[in-house]
Write a protein that binds this ligand. Structure first.
Ligand code: NAP
Length: 255
């Protein structure tokens, strides 16, 4: 039986845990060969092992998205290993100071901009260069958030980084549409059980509860629900979807 991503090569940056991990598993299940990239090698290797145990193909590549040379080398590694890059998922992200702007720390601003915003920029730059170079189109999916569409009184830095990712996504979508390369984002609401959301809930008790209560579906998203949307955006089923930020929010942004 042929699958949606048969023969494709996919890179998942931030594949060691959470949504990136789920995306790597789902992309492999859809037939792609997957490069699982992040800083934590044991976690990435576990994802690789899980994919292989299910009959898929995957390799680990280490990257710190704040280091431009490492991001460039990562894409070169993908091409060395499998000859091309068809799908790229940029899921590396952090959320540290969930406070109003007057209480936000300057160093945290720099760190979050470096990972969420510049990291996504660097990944897109080198992924898109490769997709243009090889020809034949491609698909890039960035991890935004509903916080890339709207704001919250706390978390001004996170909101700013996610709005920046929305801008990068739309602009790049326009730049490479003629080459058949699509650049989209997914914008999840709270996704349960990832290290990012677990640490936010631990560090700021009670802060996330009102956001979950506000979700019309009455619950947070699951990782697999976001991962399936990422697979769809990577596939030819989404062949005319470009520059879009797809909310995976149980209806929250419709309120
Ligand atoms: N969970 C949610 O509620 C939610 C909602 C909307 C959007 N998102 C977004 O979804 C994305 C994934 O988050 P998650 O919830 O799945 O949390 P997560 O499991 O903590 O994922 C974050 C990923 O980013 C990687 N990362 C962090 N800093 C990095 C760096 N300098 N270089 C390379 N990789 C780095 C981490 O890997 P290493 O530590 O191994 O490097 C990890 O794989 C983020 O962009 C987040 O903003 C999450």
């Amino acid at each position: 039986m042929s699958m949606a991503l048969d023969g494709k090569v996919a890179l998942v940056v931030g594949g060691s845990s959470g949504i990136g991990r789920g995306a790597a598993l789902a992309l492999a299940a859809a037939g792609a060969r997957v490069v699982v990239a992040a800083r934590r090698e044991p976690e990435c290797r576990e994802v690789v092992g899980e994919i292989e145990a299910r009959g898929g193909a995957a390799v680990f590549a280490r990257v710190d998205v704040t280091v431009p040379a490492e991001v460039e080398a990562l894409v070169a590694t993908v091409v060395e290993r499998w000859g091309r890059l068809d799908c790229a998922v940029n899921s590396a992200g952090i959320n540290e100071d969930v406070v109003p702007i007057t209480e936000a720390d300057d160093a945290v601003f720099d760190r979050m901009m470096a990972v969420n915003c510049k990291g996504t920029f660097l990944c897109m730059k080198h992924e898109l260069r490769q997709m243009v170079r090889q020809g034949g189109g491609g698909s890039v999916v960035n991890l935004s958030s509903i916080m890339g569409h709207v704001a919250a009184p706390t978390g001004s830095i996170y909101v700013a980084t996610k709005h920046a990712i929305e801008g990068l996504t739309k602009s790049a979508a326009l730049s490479y549409a003629k080459q058949g390369i699509r650049v989209n984002a997914v914008a999840p609401t709270v996704v349960a059980g990832t290290p990012l959301i677990d640490s936010t809930m631990k560090n700021y008790p009670g802060l996330i509860d009102p956001y979950i209560a506000d979700i019309p579906a009455g619950r947070p998203a699951r990782v697999d629900e976001v991962a399936r949307v990422i697979v769809w955006l990577c596939s030819d089923d989404a062949s005319f979807v470009n520059g879009h930020s797809l909310a995976v929010d149980g209806g929250q942004l419709s309120k």
